[in-house]
Design a protein around this ligand. Sequence first.
Ligand SMILES: [Zn+2]
Length: 124
Amino acid sequence: MRAYGDSLRGYGHETHVKCNFTCQYCGYDGRAFPNWFQLTVDHIVPQSQGGTDDGENLVTACHACNSITSRMKFPQGAPKETIVTEKKQRVQARQAEYFEFWRTNVAPRYLEKWEGKEVASHND
Ligand SMILES: [Zn+2]
């Protein structure tokens, strides 16, 4: 494969293959082109806290999850599994916060037109 300087086509590709093109924090499916285009490589142990570029420290993350978890701090030597769990929890909490806004301010703008129904019927 030709060498690419960017993460997506270059060094990140191997990580995305390993992770099946799926965000390891929220499950975002990055296989289709527009979604693949949003994939990033996340350092489980942040580089600012001694994390390396070794493959075992790299996972696929969508842009949102990479952003949400980017400033988290972890105890020195914390196991990767613990860090991944904490990042997933942060992402879930942030999604829950944002879901309410989406449900009341975004979904009604297209769900009503789509199905001619009140959005309240989509709350299940
Ligand atoms: Zn994600």
